[in-house]
Write a protein that binds this ligand. Structure first.
Ligand code: SAM
Length: 257
């Protein structure tokens, strides 16, 4: 259950009507039964349902360590269908943020309600995967605008491109992991960022994947200008909904190792 800061009063959680319904009617919990709540920003609690089933009593905080050791942003040129599943599965794989992209060959123009729906899917998936952080789904951006924010000033950037002979993402990730940033290697770099006053930027990766028709030459060119490295995910052409999940799996496999 994800609770907003306004719902916490000392050691009590004021449950919303929807949460009361979910706990009492859907999960059939009784007063005294325990459930887990999270704030979506790293804090988890074991909570007991109160006598009137309208509140929860915090019993203890829970230490969980389910986050990737780096921040991963997925910039996904919106496929015609299937983005619900990508949001769910990318959340399971540890993504920190998803930026839906309007590219030259995308056709989807999602309503604000659709974006709210993707955010709810991310929340449910984060609960299911016991994530500490609920990924943020941003409003869609056109590719050139997205590059203003997600570029090499704040992350190591990769753009997935089928067919051409680019280095494999796995090779590039291993290079990034082993590269000596400030002389200490990526793990030292990471611990420096966790100091109370980080002296260095957080180690982060941005991964961009194209739509069904692929990126255009000019979209690739502006990305490369912004510091993106084109990478391959292998010799087979993956669907626009498969490529991001393969990319995220590779990132997790390299940085969790
Ligand atoms: N005809 C398109 C092309 O040649 O670019 C195919 C696009 S593919 C269905 C959708 C997106 O998934 C691509 O734009 C790319 O970002 C990613 N993708 C699919 N297979 C890939 C691969 N083997 N290597 C890298 N990226 C891939």
């Amino acid at each position: 259950l994800v609770v907003a800061p306004g719902q916490m009063a000392g050691n009590q959680v004021d449950l919303t009507p929807a949460q009361q319904h979910y706990l009492s009617r859907v999960l059939r919990l009784r007063p005294g039964d325990r459930f887990i709540a999270m704030d979506g920003h790293g804090q988890w609690w074991l909570v007991a349902l109160t006598e009137n089933a309208a509140q929860g009593q915090v019993l203890t905080t829970i230490a969980v360590a389910t986050e990737l050791p780096i921040t991963v942003t997925l910039l996904i040129a919106m496929p015609k269908t299937g983005l619900d599943d990508v949001v769910r599965q990318a959340t399971e794989l540890g993504v920190s943020q998803i930026v839906p992209i309007h590219s030259a060959r995308t056709v989807l123009n999602p309503s604000p309600q659709k974006i709210d729906r993707w955010q709810r899917i991310a929340q449910e998936a984060a609960e299911q995967s016991e994530r500490q952080v609920v990924p943020v789904i941003t409003a869609p951006l056109v590719w050139s605008d997205a590059l203003q924010t997600w570029n090499t000033r704040q992350s190591i950037c990769y753009i997935c491109q089928a067919r051409d002979h680019h280095p494999h993402l796995l090779t590039c990730l291993e290079e990034a992991r082993n590269q000596r940033l400030g002389g200490g290697g990526w793990k030292d770099e990471l611990s420096a960022t966790q100091a109370p006053q980080p002296s260095r930027p957080i180690l982060a990766i941005s991964l961009a994947t194209g739509p069904e028709g692929g990126w255009t030459e000019s979209e690739l060119a502006v990305a490369i200008d912004a510091g993106y490295q084109p990478v391959s995910l292998g010799d087979r052409i993956l669907r626009a909904v498969t490529a991001p999940l393969v990319g995220l799996s590779l990132i997790a496999s390299v940085f969790e190792a």
